[in-house]
Design a protein. Structure first.
Length: 87
């Protein structure tokens, strides 16, 4: 169940990335890199490669919370879902 929630949150995040200003390339790249990390976690749940995943999501929340509240909300939901997954 948490994996399904995480997949749904990733889809919401992708939609929000599409809404970002085309000139905001840095934010798009940062979010796309985070999506890749999260998808890797979904495909390899037992891997130890994901030690920095929570830190990356936290940094994303801090970076986007003022200018992009919807993205921040999605990232907060992802943090909760990762916690439910034991990460």
């Amino acid at each position: 169940m948490p994996q399904t929630e995480l997949r749904e949150s990733l889809e919401k995040l992708r939609r929000e990335i599409e809404r970002l200003d085309p000139g905001d390339r840095q934010s798009k790249e940062r979010l796309n890199a985070l999506i890749v990390d999260l998808e890797l976690k979904l495909s390899q749940p037992e891997s130890q490669h994901h030690d920095n995943l929570i830190d990356n999501v936290r940094e994303g929340i801090e970076h986007f919370e003022v200018e992009h509240p919807r993205i921040t909300s999605i990232l907060n939901h992802i943090m909760v879902t990762l916690g439910n997954m034991g990460i």
